[in-house]
Design a binder for this molecule. Structure first.
Ligand SMILES: NC(=O)c1ccc[n+]([C@@H]2O[C@H](COP(=O)([O-])OP(=O)(O)OC[C@H]3O[C@@H](n4cnc5c(N)ncnc54)[C@H](OP(=O)(O)O)[C@@H]3O)[C@@H](O)[C@H]2O)c1
Length: 272
């Protein structure tokens, strides 16, 4: 890499922090430019063994890294910032991966003027197919956003959104993989109800999900168009769709995402 590579510390390397570490390593980020922190010693050993990264305490990470990626649970963020906040040198970039927490939450606990970028990514980062939405806090510049993009684009797609949209993003793409898994699980059950062996039902639906996702991504067509192409007059698909509409699947989706958005807001209020 010809460009300057920053040292990034993943603070609170749990599930999402590990996704970020492993993604950065896959993208060629030098291991000596990565640090991780963990609360439990067993977790620290696991990360060091698995990735060869140096696992340090939070204050060492703050002192040594140029970028601090905070990936603790929202309810642990205040305690973490009480510990590290006073020691964060002015101007160091803080990237928050915490669902729900506004950048203002960080800025209240960090030195005046600290640039904070908020990122909502998702678990398909594991296979470099993440969707990461990136927002600038009050003191973050275009350069800070570009650096965040440089870190997250090897993990999948990135999009810039105003911070006011981040709770909606959390509900949609942050939690999104879970909705698809639930749907697939239900469809496999349906296959079993119709007499298919579990493994066959699983294979049919997983490949159908992959094929449909690739069509959605690559055809540029609206989902309605793609669905209509499978929905012939008086055919089987429309019979199924009538039942989905009768059972309020569309309304359930609207209500579910609203509930996820509200929960993101609640978590932020509780963390404060
Ligand atoms: N999971 C998802 O799909 C998803 C998607 C998007 C965003 N997020 C966000 O990502 C963040 C992390 O979620 P997660 O699912 O990765 O949670 P997680 O697996 O529990 O990871 C959090 C990690 O932070 C560590 N930790 C807590 N306090 C610490 C401290 N003071 N110092 C050092 N380490 C500390 C925990 O250590 P211990 O294990 O020792 O307790 C844990 O390993 C959350 O804010 C969540 O909103 C998650």
């Amino acid at each position: 890499m010809a460009r300057q590579v920053h040292t990034v510390a993943v603070i609170g390397a749990g599930k999402i922090g590990e996704l970020m570490l492993s993604g950065l390593l896959r993208s060629g980020w030098p291991v000596e430019r990565l640090l991780a922190t963990a609360r439990r010693p067993a977790r620290a050993r696991e990360l060091a063994d698995r990735y060869g990264v140096r696992v340090v305490d939070n204050l060492t990470a703050v002192a040594e890294a140029e970028v601090l990626a905070v990936s603790v649970k929202p309810q642990d963020a205040a305690a973490l910032l009480d510990e590290i906040g006073p020691k964060v040198p002015a101007g160091k970039l803080v990237i928050s991966l915490c669902a729900g927490l506004p950048t203002a939450f960080f800025n209240r606990r960090l030195p005046e003027g600290t640039p904070v970028v908020r990122v909502m990514t998702n678990t398909p980062a594991l296979v470099d197919e993440a969707m990461s939405a990136i927002s600038a806090g009050a003191y973050a510049t275009g350069e800070h956003l570009a650096l965040a993009e440089e870190m997250f684009s090897p993990l999948g797609s990135t999009v810039r959104v105003p911070e006011s949209q981040q709770d909606a993003v959390t509900a949609l793409s942050g939690s999104g993989p879970a909705y698809f898994y639930l749907l697939v699980e239900a469809m496999i059950d349906a296959g079993i109800l119709l007499g298919l062996p579990r493994q066959v039902a699983h294979e049919l639906i997983v490949q159908t999900a992959i094929g449909s996702a690739v069509m959605l991504r690559d055809s540029g067509e609206h989902p309605v168009k793609l669905r209509e192409a499978v929905t012939s007059p008086a055919g089987t698909t429309i019979s199924a769709i009538r039942e989905l509409e009768n059972h309020g699947v569309r309304a359930a989706m609207l209500a579910a995402l609203e509930a996820a958005r509200d929960r993101a807001r609640q978590l932020a209020a509780q963390a404060d």
